[in-house]
Design a protein around this ligand. Structure first.
Ligand SMILES: CCCCCCCCCCCCCCCCCCCCCCCCCCCC(=O)SCCNC(=O)CCNC(=O)[C@H](O)C(C)(C)COP(=O)(O)OP(=O)(O)OC[C@H]1O[C@@H](n2cnc3c(N)ncnc32)[C@H](O)[C@@H]1OP(=O)(O)O
Ligand SMILES: Cc1cc2nc3c(=O)[nH]c(=O)nc-3n(C[C@H](O)[C@H](O)[C@H](O)COP(=O)(O)OP(=O)(O)OC[C@H]3O[C@@H](n4cnc5c(N)ncnc54)[C@H](O)[C@@H]3O)c2cc1C
Length: 642
């Protein structure tokens, strides 16, 4: 099963080997539990480990393999981030995709050797979503052949970029490029921020940390202002766009090609989210098979809380989602790598499809991951609320994904643009022009669903039902939009008036893609035992998801009330079937205790002993009487007694 999850036997084996090596290297372990550290201590601890990793990484992993890097990152540095998080996730990808060969030769080896630390600075205090209204300017000075970076007012301060505040000395900065008074829109520039020797900010740069966040606090998300700060012309990233010495602008082959670093994260973050969801579920499911509370049959001893159907209903559909996200994520990464390769050689024809797909997936996956992690926390009762479970930290980090790389509603609306265009093709009889991801929009469906009507139909009737609801909602939302425009409404106003319906279509389309990716994977599996276990999970998935969106299929009579009863019964049937495999389905992800960082979810299952040890190690327990008591509470009580 681990091979299915991680993509191959070799990958699963390599993960195990890496975990085993790390277990033998105490210098790479947390020196104390992270929740007992201050933010400064955590940053220090993480920087300490990063320097060791820079020395020893080659002994532990193949540093050119992103999957191995990511696993090393999760084990050693953890999900709270690190002082170089954005260096690997966005700075290097931005340089790789957007810098010319000559620029790459100059900067990439230095970045890869970690001579310099970089980040991606795009979002500003006043604008994150609407890139066209970013306010930082890069004005070309023809006389000196330099760009002058400037922050015209407080809202133009870069705000949020990870590791910008204190750790990075370089950044890819996105600024509006102005040449001879003409604004060419946002473009990426390589900018040195700090002196390479002293790490002091360079003159003309105002920089710092934006303060603690809901989670992800090892990352120093920062602010940055420029005061007429000059950089050479050749620091504009020029793989696709060029500015010649005389100010001539050569436009890129696709208007949005400079957005590729964002698409990179959107593609890769899906499996990251799956990992966080599976981690929280691993903790909650292990704990649920240790925790005994109450009896189902009063004549019997107390049961493990995992025996309760409500507990299963809380956890198991999310287990299925974690697998589904992992499989859909793996497909998306493959597509992304293909499109990136094509893009580098000038073929931009697949960019729109990739953008639409990643926009929808990033939104649905992050939202449902957040839901699943929160359910996992509640499934652990009181102990879930303790930092000893570590679930709250996982939750805080995971839901950041609903916002970064494009706020979820906004990204769903990006997918909706693509769906509406596809709907227009269907309506104008041009279905043959539909891309493979939306081809179903042009296929006539049966009048009613055949779920439970055709024996042994596998998942086909389910997929058809998902296709039906997605198609219907897409065409309905598109009709609403076109209808308003026909009535004379301006395009943007009409769009806004339909946006809730449009986003519903985007969600349904994305959920269909996730179901299909799960089905595709299960169909590929040869090992009968693995196939059986995953088929049960897939049964739960399709039935649970369909129940969740049933209103769309009920409203036009595509599903009947009796079919809905059947679907509900199937959910209960598969909850029971999955119960014996539940812990194993999560243990198969092979998270080590080091990686999970959870007292509640350790492999040994000694929950109560471990919790008591954890409590005793709380810094508050170093003394029996705290100075808050001697200074304030004790005198207060004494005064009251007089
Ligand atoms: C020592 C070693 C130890 C190891 C350490 C390192 C470990 C790391 C190892 C790395 C291994 C790699 C693995 C990676 C794993 C990743 C896991 C994830 C972990 C998460 C970490 C957290 C990091 C957090 C990072 C966060 C960073 C950010 O948030 S950056 C800022 C992001 N900002 C946004 O996303 C802004 C959103 N806004 C937009 O995108 C745009 O404004 C908009 C799309 C909404 C609108 O744009 P615009 O106004 O220009 O559009 P408009 O003119 O309206 O035109 C729309 C048309 O354009 C089309 N379009 C838009 N975008 C694209 C696109 N990208 N591609 C193609 N087309 C696009 C759109 O479709 C419209 O087309 P039409 O409909 O045809 O008009
Ligand atoms: C943990 C974290 C890490 C980050 N790291 C980085 C980084 O490394 N580099 C970087 O540059 N940035 C980074 N960001 C910033 C992030 O990319 C932005 O916060 C994000 O893109 C959302 O933009 P915003 O904050 O402007 O939200 P807003 O756009 O202000 O969103 C506020 C509300 O307005 C709604 N809204 C906005 N526009 C529309 C619209 N057109 N239609 C409908 N609704 C709309 C949204 O849906 C939302 O409900 C990070 C953010 C976080 C939380």
């Amino acid at each position: 099963m681990a091979a299915q999850i991680w993509g191959s036997e070799k990958r699963a084996r390599r993960r195990r080997e890496i975990s085993a090596k790390i277990a033998q290297m105490p210098e790479l372990h947390d020196s104390k539990p992270l929740p007992f550290m201050t933010r400064e201590e955590k940053i220090m601890e993480s920087a300490r480990k990063l320097t060791i990793l820079t020395e020893k990484m080659g002994q532990i992993i193949d540093p050119t393999d992103p999957a191995e890097l990511y696993h090393l990152n999760n084990e050693v540095l953890g999900l709270e981030g690190n002082p170089m998080a954005l260096h690997g996730v966005m700075f290097i990808p931005a340089l790789s995709a957007q810098a010319s060969d000559e620029q790459q030769a100059k900067w990439l080896p230095r970045a890869l050797r970690r001579e310099i630390i970089g980040t991606y600075a795009q979002t500003e205090l006043g604008h994150g979503t609407n890139l066209q209204n970013l306010e930082t300017t890069a004005t070309y000075d023809l006389a000196t052949q330099e760009f002058v970076l400037h922050t015209p007012q407080i809202t133009a301060l870069k705000w949020w970029p990870g590791n910008l505040g204190k750790s990075s000395n370089y950044a890819v900065v996105v600024a509006h490029m102005i040449i001879k008074a003409k604004n060419y829109g946002p473009h990426p520039f390589m900018v040195q921020l700090r002196d390479e020797k002293t790490h002091e900010p360079l003159p003309g740069i105002t920089i710092g940390d934006i303060g603690p966040k809901m989670a992800y606090n090892i990352v120093d998300n920062g602010f940055l202002g420029f005061n007429k700060y000059r950089i050479p012309r050749t620091n504009l990233l020029m793989r696709h766009t060029k500015v010649e010495a005389d100010g001539t602008y050569i436009k890129p082959p696709h208007a949005k090609i400079n957005y590729s670093a964002m698409v990179h994260v959107r593609a890769y973050m899906l499996t990251g989210q799956a990992i966080m969801l599976a981690s929280a579920l691993n903790i909650a499911t292990r704990y649920s098979s240790v925790r005994r509370q109450g009896q189902i049959d009063k004549s019997q001893p107390e049961v493990k809380v995992l025996e309760y159907q409500t507990q299963q209903h809380r956890l198991f559909p999310s287990i299925a989602r974690a697998y589904a996200f992992q499989f859909a994520g793996a497909e998306t990464v493959k597509l992304y790598e293909h499109v990136l390769k094509e893009m580098k050689s000038g073929n931009v024809s697949l960019m729109a499809d990739l953008h639409a797909l990643t926009s929808g997936l990033k939104s649905v996956v992050t939202y449902q991951t957040g839901e699943g992690i929160e359910q996992a926390r509640m499934a652990c009762g009181g102990h879930g609320y303790s930092m000893a479970s570590y679930i709250s930290e996982i939750y805080g980090v995971a839901i950041g994904g609903c916002t970064y790389e494009g706020e979820n509603m906004v990204m769903l609306l990006q997918l909706a643009r693509y769906l509406v265009k596809s709907a227009a093709l269907v309506k104008s009889g041009q279905s043959s022009k539909l891309g493979p991801l939306v081809a179903y929009l042009g296929v006539k469906s049966e009048p009613t669903s055949l779920i439970d009507r055709i024996p042994n139909s596998g998942f086909t009737e389910y997929v058809k039902t998902f296709q039906h609801v997605s198609k219907r909602q897409t065409l309905k939302a598109a009709d609403m939009f076109f209808g308003l425009m026909e009535k004379g409404e301006k395009r943007e106003i009409a769009w806004n008036k339909c946006s809730v319906e449009l986003n519903r279509a985007s969600r349904l389309h994305t959920r269909l893609f996730i179901v299909e990716a799960f089905v595709r994977r299960v169909n590929e599996i040869a090992d009968i035992r693995i196939k059986e276990a995953l088929t049960d999970l897939l049964h739960l998935h399709v039935n649970y998801e369909l129940l969740d969106i049933a209103s769309y299929a009920l409203e036009d009579g595509f599903l009947s009330a009796s079919q809905l009863d059947y679907i509900r019964d199937q959910v209960y049937l598969y909850l029971g079937k999955i119960r014996p495999n539940a812990v194993s389905l999560l243990d198969s992800w092979e998270f080590s205790d080091i990686e999970l960082r959870s007292v509640l979810g350790r492999r040994d299952g000694n929950v109560y002993e471990n919790l008591f040890k954890w409590a005793k190690s709380s810094p508050l327990n170093k003394t029996d009487v705290l100075s808050s008591v001697t200074q304030y509470l004790k005198p207060m009580m004494e005064k009251a007694r007089l």
